[in-house]
Design a protein around this ligand. Structure first.
Ligand code: SF4
Length: 331
C-alpha cells in the first residue's frame, strides 16, 4: 500500500517517443510511429508502479527512454530531482553525469537467455558494472560478485560457470544480481518473468520483493499480465496505444476499474478463487497501428461504450474521488 508523505523518486512529464517510418510513395508528409505519445507519471520512493497493456502499446519503449537507452522525442524526466532530459527546453544531462547516475538506475530484461553474453562467465557478467563504475575497490570485486549471487539465491561458485549451465529462472537471478551489484535506487523491470514457467515466476517475484525491502529499491514493473501486476505492484498505470488511460492504487484499479479498456483486460484474467464469477469482455479487433492513430479517443474503434463524441473529441485526464485518474468521456 502507498503511504502518505512518500517522496517522488522518478517523474515523467509528457514523454514522447516517435519513430520515423518509410513514407508512402508520392507522400510529402513525414510519417511517424507514435510509440509513446504524451505520457506522464510519478513513482514514489520504495514503491512499485506497474505499467500494463497489450504488446506494442509502448510500455517497454517508456522503460528504455526514461533510462536514456533511446533518445526521447519530447517531454521531461527527472530522477531524484535531477533533470535527465527536458526536450522542449533543450536540457539534457551531460554524459559524465549520466554515467554516474547510470549505476543508480538499472534494468532487468525480459529474456534471461538473450540478455546474458554466452561467451562470458557469470563472474565476468556480474562484475562488469562493479568494475566499470568502481562500486568497490579492485580487491573487493570478487567478494562483492559472490555476495550478489548469494543474495539472489545462487551458489557463490557460480562465478566460474557460463550462462548455458543455468535454467531460465537461474539466469534471471543472474540478471538481477548484475543489476543489484550496481547499488541501484531504481530498477526498470521489463517483463522479467514473462519468459519463465509459472512456478518459477513467483519465486523470482518473491526474490524481487525481498530485495526491494532489503535495499529500499523502487521498481517500474512492465508487464502484459494483469494478475502479476495486481499482486506485485502498489500502483498500476494502464497503457493503450502510446498513452496512459487509467492510473491508481493497484487494489482500486483491479477491484473497481473505470476505463473500458481496463475492464476488458481484467475480465481476461483467469478466475482466482472457486466460486468467483466474472463476465468476459471480448474486445473487437486488435490495437490499431501507432502510425495511424484513430481520431478522438484512440480506443473508440474497440470500445463497447463509444458514442459520436468519442470519435471526435480526445478525452482529457480526470482525477476521481478515490484518486484514480482516467481518460474517458464516461467520467
Ligand atoms: Fe470508450 Fe468513449 Fe471512453 Fe473512449 S472515451 S473509452 S470510446 S467511452
Amino acid at each position: 500500500m502507498i503511504k502518505q508523505k512518500e517522496k517522488i523518486i522518478f517523474e515523467v512529464s509528457n514523454l514522447k517517443k516517435y519513430y520515423p517510418v518509410r513514407k508512402k510513395f508520392f507522400s510529402r508528409q513525414k510519417q511517424y510511429a507514435k510509440s509513446v505519445d504524451g505520457v506522464s507519471f510519478a513513482i514514489k520512493e520504495n514503491s512499485i508502479l506497474g505499467l500494463v497493456g497489450e504488446s506494442g502499446c509502448g510500455k517497454s519503449t517508456i522503460g528504455k527512454t526514461i533510462l536514456g537507452l533511446t533518445s526521447p522525442t519530447g517531454g521531461k524526466v527527472t530522477f531524484r530531482d535531477k533533470i535527465i532530459f527536458d526536450v522542449e527546453n533543450n536540457i539534457s544531462i551531460s554524459n559524465g553525469e549520466m554515467t554516474k547516475l547510470r549505476s543508480e538506475m538499472q534494468i532487468i530484461f525480459q529474456d534471461p537467455y538473450a540478455s546474458l553474453d554466452p561467451s562470458k562467465s557469470v563472474g565476468q557478467i556480474v562484475s562488469e558494472g562493479i568494475k566499470k563504475h568502481k562500486i568497490v575497490s579492485k580487491d573487493k570485486v570478487e567478494e562483492k560478485t559472490r555476495e550478489m549471487l548469494e543474495l539472489c539465491g545462487l551458489d557463490a561458485t557460480s562465478i566460474f560457470k557460463y550462462p548455458h549451465e543455468f535454467s531460465g529462472g537461474q539466469r534471471q537471478r543472474i540478471g538481477i544480481a548484475r543489476a543489484l551489484a550496481m547499488n541501484p535506487k531504481f530498477i526498470v523491470c521489463d517483463e522479467p518473468t514473462a519468459a519463465l514457467d509459472v512456478s518459477i515466476q513467483s519465486q523470482i517475484l518473491n526474490l524481487m520483493l525481498d530485495l526491494k525491502d532489503k535495499f529500499g529499491l523502487t521498481y517500474l514493473f512492465i508487464s502484459h499480465n494483469f494478475s502479476v501486476v495486481k499482486s506485485f505492484c502498489d500502483e498500476i498505470a494502464v497503457m493503450y496505444l502510446g498513452q496512459i488511460v487509467e492510473k491508481g492504487e493497484a487494489d482500486e484499479v483491479y477491484n473497481n476499474p473505470k476505463h473500458p479498456y481496463t475492464k476488458a483486460l481484467i475480465s481476461s484474467v483467469p478466475i482466482q478463487h472457486p466460486g468467483e464469477e466474472k463476465e468476459r469482455i471480448i474486445l473487437k479487433g486488435s490495437m490499431p497501428s501507432a502510425v495511424d492513430i484513430p481520431s478522438g479517443c484512440r480506443f473508440h474503434t474497440r470500445c463497447p461504450y463509444k458514442t459520436e463524441r468519442c470519435m471526435n473529441e480526445t478525452p482529457t485526464w480526470k482525477t476521481l474521488d478515490n484518486e484514480t485518474g482516467v481518460a474517458c468521456h464516461l467520467y
